[in-house]
Design a protein around this ligand. Structure first.
Ligand code: NJP
Length: 235
C-alpha cells in the first residue's frame, strides 16, 4: 500500500462537494493538502480542518494555475498528487445553450484540467513519480438528451487524461480517471442533503474513498479507470 503521509496533494474544486470531501479525507491520511477553488471563505473554513494550504484560484486562468503550482512548490518543495476535480455543468436542449455556457463548461472542465496537468507534468516527470487523478463523469462514456455541451466537455476532459496517461506512464507517472454517477453535491445549483437525493445519489465521501483507494495502490500498480454509481442509478 502507498502511504499518503506527508504526500503533497493539490485538490481543485475543494470549496464544496466532492473536492472538499477529497481534501478532508487526504488530510486525515496525513497528506499535506493544497485546496483550490474561487471561494476564499469556504477555503478558509476548510483549511482549519486540513491544516494545509488554501489558495483561491480560477482553474481556467493560466496565471492563477501557475501561481498555485509555484506557491505549493515554494511552500512544500514538491507536489506528489494532483486531483483535477473542479467542474461545472448545466443541462439544456442544444439550441438553448448560450455560447458562453459552452465557454464556461469547457473553460473549467477541460482547460482547468489542461492547465494544471501542463504545469505539473514536467515536475512529475523530472521526479519520476507523481499521480494525477481526474474526476470526469460517467457521461464521458455515454450520451443523453440535454447533455450535449456538458457531455462534450467531459468526453474532452477524459480524452485529455487518456492521452496524457500514455505520455507520462514511461516516466513513472500515473494518471487515473474516476467516472462517478449522480453525487449529492451543489452541482448545477443543487442543494445536497434532501431525503430524496440521499437515497438516489452517492455521497461526496464515496467518491473521496475511491480517490484514496486509487492513490493508495502500491507503487507498481496503476488503476487507470474507476466507475462508480449509486445502486439505484441505472447506467
Ligand atoms: O460539484 P459542486 P461537485 N475555478 O458544485 C469548483 C463531477 N461530477 O462536487 O470556485 C476553480 O458541489 C467550485 O468552487 P468555487 C463534476 O463535473 C459531479 O459535484 O468556489 N474552482 C466547487 O468547489 C465536477 O468535475 C456529479 O465555486 C471552480 C467545485 O468546483 C466534479 O464532479 C456527477 C471553478 C464544484 O463543486 C465535482 O463537482 C458526475 C473555477 N473556475 C461528475 N468553477 C454530480 N455531482 O452528480 C467551479 O458524473 N469550481
Amino acid at each position: 500500500m502507498n502511504d499518503l503521509t506527508d504526500k503533497v496533494a493539490i485538490v481543485t474544486g475543494a470549496s464544496r462537494g466532492i473536492g472538499r470531501a477529497v481534501s478532508l479525507l487526504l488530510a486525515m491520511q496525513g497528506a499535506k493538502v493544497v485546496s483550490v477553488a474561487r471561494s476564499a471563505d469556504e477555503l478558509d473554513e476548510l483549511v482549519h480542518k486540513t491544516n494545509g494550504l488554501a489558495i483561491p484560484a480560477d482553474v481556467s486562468d493560466e496565471t492563477d494555475v501557475q501561481n498555485v503550482v509555484d506557491e505549493t512548490i515554494r511552500h512544500y518543495g514538491q507536489v506528489d498528487i494532483l486531483v483535477c476535480n473542479a467542474g461545472v455543468g448545466s443541462f439544456n436542449l442544444l439550441e438553448n445553450n448560450a455560447a458562453d455556457e459552452w465557454d464556461r463548461m469547457f473553460d473549467v472542465n477541460v482547460k482547468g484540467t489542461f492547465l494544471f496537468c501542463k504545469f505539473l507534468a514536467p515536475h512529475f516527470k523530472s521526479r519520476k513519480s507523481g499521480h494525477i487523478v481526474g474526476i470526469t463523469s460517467d457521461v464521458a462514456r455515454r450520451t443523453f438528451e440535454h447533455g450535449t455541451v456538458y457531455g462534450a466537455s467531459k468526453f474532452a476532459q477524459d480524452a485529455l487524461l487518456g492521452s496524457l496517461r500514455k505520455e507520462v506512464r514511461p516516466h513513472g507517472v500515473k494518471v487515473s480517471t474516476i467516472y462517478p454517477g449522480l453525487v449529492d453535491t451543489y452541482f448545477n445549483e443543487s442543494k445536497p442533503g434532501s431525503p430524496d437525493t440521499e437515497k438516489t445519489h452517492l455521497k461526496p465521501v464515496d467518491v473521496a474513498q475511491a480517490v484514496r483507494y486509487i492513490l493508495e495502490a502500491p507503487a507498481h500498480v496503476v488503476i487507470d479507470e474507476l466507475m462508480l454509481h449509486p445502486l439505484t442509478q441505472e447506467w
